[in-house]
Write a protein that binds this ligand. Structure first.
Ligand SMILES: NC(=O)c1ccc[n+]([C@@H]2O[C@H](COP(=O)([O-])OP(=O)(O)OC[C@H]3O[C@@H](n4cnc5c(N)ncnc54)[C@H](OP(=O)(O)O)[C@@H]3O)[C@@H](O)[C@H]2O)c1
Length: 266
């Protein structure tokens, strides 16, 4: 039976716990967590009915799958506190930005490792997770990982060399899309719309655009073409976007995020 222990019970861990329970992938009795912050421990325990402990040592022995869900800066110290208790029964799933398979396998020589880059949209079960298997992972681990990750969104296996780009695009991406939305909402407010109305119009349009692209398997280019009629409103707006350096700025934005992901792995 799968027993999942989460180390760190912050935002991402909560999204994982909630999805595993809501989709009935696991029962609450199959999930344990540990969390440094006492108030947060009580909150997570109350919300999900799972046992939440103060230290990793308390959950390692009782789990066969361990999610590492602390901030990248805390990974090394946190892992050192329980690495000796890991055995061949443990599959460790790290969601920490920038922590490489080599880093993680060095820190946890006994465990099988999977590296995952999820995103915050996992909170509403529309997450995007990329994963890559460590050198000691087995074929059966791929199946387990896919089952667990698909409880909170879509899943894609990719070679580790792409993880800095993945971190930039889908890991940090929700903040970049939200930034664009914020700017468009402010513009609509300046045209007289209320903030609530502008947010609803903007958010539903963002959601609908992604659904349309995915459901109809359209490329962004095809969608742009389909919405743009000669001398129409979209053409007028795209004329401004096309002449601007927005594409270059977005390129710089993703490069900066990918660079930071690389630095975190150093
Ligand atoms: N948020 C995202 O959008 C996102 C996307 C992709 C990947 N990730 C990755 O997911 C991981 C978690 O991110 P998050 O946003 O969920 O962070 P978070 O909300 O700060 O959660 C981490 C939690 O772990 C606790 N903690 C720290 N050290 C601990 C220890 N030794 N034992 C037990 N608990 C400990 C922290 O407590 P304190 O706050 O008291 O330190 C905090 O409550 C990160 O590695 C990040 O790179 C996040």
């Amino acid at each position: 039976m799968m027993k999942v222990g989460l180390i760190g019970a912050g935002k991402m861990a909560e999204a994982i716990i909630a999805s595993l329970i809501e989709t009935k992938t696991l029962g609450a009795h199959q999930i344990l967590a540990c969390e440094i912050d006492a108030a947060r421990r009580r909150q997570v325990k109350r919300r999900y009915g799972i046992n939440v402990y103060s230290r990793p040592e308390h959950i390692v022995d009782a789990s066969n799958v361990i999610f590492l869900a602390v901030k990248p800066q805390s990974i090394t110290d946190t892992v050192r506190s329980f690495a000796d208790a890991l055995t061949a029964k443990h599959l460790v799933v790290s969601i920490a930005a920038g922590k490489t398979i080599a880093n993680l396998e060095g820190l946890m020589p006994a465990a099988r490792i999977v590296r995952v880059m999820p995103n915050i949209c996992s909170v509403v079960s529309h997450g995007m997770s990329a994963f890559c298997m460590g050198t000691r992972a087995k074929a059966a681990d791929i199946k387990s990982v896919k089952v667990l990750l698909s409880s909170f969104g879509k899943v894609l296996e990719l070679p580790e060399k792409h993880f800095d780009a993945v971190t930039a695009l889908s890991g940090s991406g929700p903040a970049f899309f939200a930034f664009v939305l914020q700017a468009m909402v402010k513009s609509a407010e300046r045209m007289g719309l209320s903030k609530d109305a502008a947010l609803l119009l903007g958010e539903q349009t963002m959601l609908g655009t992604a659904n349309l692209l995915m459901d109809k398997k359209l490329s962004p280019e095809t969608l742009i073409e389909a919405v743009t009629s000669a001398k129409g409103t979209t053409e007028a707006g795209l004329g401004v976007l096309g002449k601007s350096d927005v594409a270059e700025i977005l390129d710089e934005t993703l490069k900066a995020a990918a660079k930071r992901s690389k630095e975190l792995s150093g």
